[in-house]
Design a protein around this ligand. Structure first.
Ligand code: PAF
Length: 282
């Protein structure tokens, strides 16, 4: 695996590959890689001629400096995980490479950035767009791969691709969430759970399945109430349990039977906040 730290170096390398008409797949990450990330690399490998991964802990998407400082940095393990997954090239920039000047760009994300994860983390999705915009500009990918686990981020990036001139030909791939055997979505936060909590955390997945199985046209408040109660009974403090339009993420209380839907959950188990989601309609 090649490792490039400087923008000019990766650009001149990739230019040679694009001139040979090779399809470039790109997986941006903030490191602390687990099987969820490596599944994105493998997916890109299966569809593209060259797979680029990046590891960059983006300061502009953290509204709390303490969270940025606390963010796990495990680059040695990340490099091994990327090599094992078959990644061809790792881009490992520093802050001055990504932001030679502070980014002041603002993206028209509408309510996508204010609901759910956006309401507890103001500015988070603007910051995410700033770095992804810059990374796409540098790597010039043909296809990009994001994990469904961060469903709202996937919708935000799809919007970024739609509204940014020059990005219209980028193919967006949303890769299904990788789960532990019991259904718990893979996340670097799972490391903070005890064995007992880990087993219990699968309740989130079971609750999503419950919502999918009980979905019916009309009022959704009863199934949402039962879902909320299931989580509370299992010892969670839910932040939100919601069903929303799968594209706009506007919450849906009364389903017309046709609008594509996604169920979204964020819940605390002690101090660990877990999120998960499930598309409810095919
Ligand atoms: O999902 C992540 O790890 C980050 O939000 C991303 C997309 C790499 C941007 O920093």
């Amino acid at each position: 695996m090649w490792i490039f730290k400087r923008v000019a170096d990766i650009q001149s390398f990739l230019q040679k590959r694009t001139s040979k008409n090779e399809k470039i797949g790109f997986v941006p990450t903030m490191g602390a890689l687990h099987e969820g990330h490596t599944s994105l690399i493998k997916k890109s490998k299966s569809e593209c001629d060259i797979t680029v991964g990046s590891v960059f802990v983006n300061p502009t998407q953290f509204n709390d400096k303490k969270d940025l400082d606390k963010y796990p940095r495990t680059i040695e393990n990340d490099v091994i995980a990327l090599i094992n997954a078959g990644c061809d090239l790792l881009f490992l920039p520093d802050v001055s490479g990504i932001y030679p000047e502070p980014s002041v760009k603002k993206y028209a994300l509408g309510t996508l950035e204010t609901v759910y994860e956006g309401s507890s983390r103001p500015g988070h999705f603007q910051g995410g767009c700033q770095v992804v915009d810059r990374l796409f500009e540098i790597v010039k990918p043909d296809a990009v791969f994001f994990g469904q686990k961060d469903y709202q981020q996937c919708m935000v990036i799809s919007r970024l691709i739609d509204i940014t001139p020059g990005f219209e030909n980028i193919e967006m791939n949303i890769v299904p969430t990788t789960r532990e055997e019991n259904g718990l979505a893979m996340s670097s936060r799972n490391m903070r759970l005890s064995d007992g909590q880990r087993a219990n955390a699968a309740t989130i997945y079971q609750t999503l399945i419950y919502l999918k199985e009980h979905l019916a046209q009309g009022d959704l408040s009863n199934i949402l109430k039962s879902a909320y109660e299931k989580l509370v009974e299992a010892g969670f403090k839910p932040d939100y349990v919601s069903i929303a339009d799968a594209k706009t993420l506007q919450s849906v209380e009364n389903w017309d039977g046709g609008t594509p839907l996604v169920a979204l959950i964020a819940a605390f188990l002690e101090e660990v906040r877990l999120i998960d989601n499930m598309v409810l309609t095919d």
